[in-house]
Ligand binder design. Sequence first.
Ligand SMILES: [Zn+2]
Length: 345
Amino acid sequence: MRIFHSEDHRGHAGAKEMRYDQFIPMCESPDRMDTILAALREQGHRDITAASAFDLAPVLRIHTPGFVEFLQTCWPLWEAEFGPKGFATAYMFGMRGMDQVPNKSVHSMLSCYTFDVCVPFVAGTWKAIRSAVDTTLSAATFIAGGGEAAFALCRPPGHHASADLAGGYCYVNNAAVAAQTLLDGGSARIAILDIDYHHGNGTQSIFYGRDDVLYASIHATPESEYPFLLGYARETGAGPGEGFNLNLPLPLRTTITAYRSALAHAMERIRAYAPDVLIVSLGVDSFVGDPVGGFALESVDFLTIGADIARLGLPTLFVMEGGYAIAELGLNTANVITGFSQARG
Ligand SMILES: [Zn+2]
C-alpha cells in the first residue's frame, strides 16, 4: 500500500463551526492527519510518499470555473473587507426558484457556492484544498501506472462537494476528480464505494446522470442524519445513470453485523459492474465514539471492513474523508488499511 500525503493542509485551521445551538472548534482539524500518520507507522506502513503538484485542469473537469474561482478568491476578498482575523462563512444561502447569479461580492459568492455553515475559509484554506487534490491525484497516477493499492491521506475531505457547491467540511470533491482523471486516462468504468458515515451527496450529484461511474454508499439514514435531504435508497440515478447509484442507508446505532450485510450488497453490485478501478471514500466516523457519528462500529471492525473490501480484488484507491474521534481516529483508519493489506497478502 503506497500512502500519499502533503503537509500543506495545516493552514486550514482555527475556524469554528455551528453545532445546533453553539459555536465549537472545527472537528475537521490538522491533528486528524497527525494521528492517522502515527497509527499507520505504528502498524508498519512505511511506504509514505510526498504528493506531487498538479495544475487545476483535473479539478475543472468536475467543478465549474465560477466555483473554482470562488474557492481561490473567497479568503482574499473577505480579508480585504474584514481583516486577517476570524473566518469567512455565508450567512444566507441561495433560494429555490428564479435564476440567481452571484456577483463579485464575497457574500454573494458564499451564498451561491456553499450550502451550510461547515465550510469556513481562512488564509490557508485554498492551499489545503490544493494539497488534498494533489495528494489524491498523486495516488490516482500511481494506480493508473499499474499500482495495486494506494491511500490518499488528505484533508479537507471531498464527498459532500458537488460541481458548484461546498459544504460539510468539503470544498473540492477529491474522489470525483480522481475518478474523472482515471477515466480520462483510459479507464472505462470506475466504482466509488463511499463508507463514510454520512451520505456523499456531492459525489452522487456529480455522477448521477452517468453510467461510467458507479456510486455505492453505506451511510446513516437521512431520516435522522446529515445531509438530511439526500441519501435515500430511492435515489438510483437518472437518464443514462439510472441504476448506477446505490444508496444503502442504515439506522442509527448500526453494528458490524448489519454493516457487513450492506457492504456485501454494495460489493456484489460493484463486482457485477466490473470496474477498472475501485475508489473508496474512506470515512471512519461510523465509529461508536465519533462526535459527529451515530453508528456503533468498534475499532476492530475496521480491520474486517478493510479485509472485506480487499476481496473484490480490484486496483484500489482509498481517499480520506471523515472521522473525528481524535483519540481513535488513527487506529480506526490504519485498521482499514492494514486489514486490506493483510487480506491482499
Ligand atoms: Zn462523514
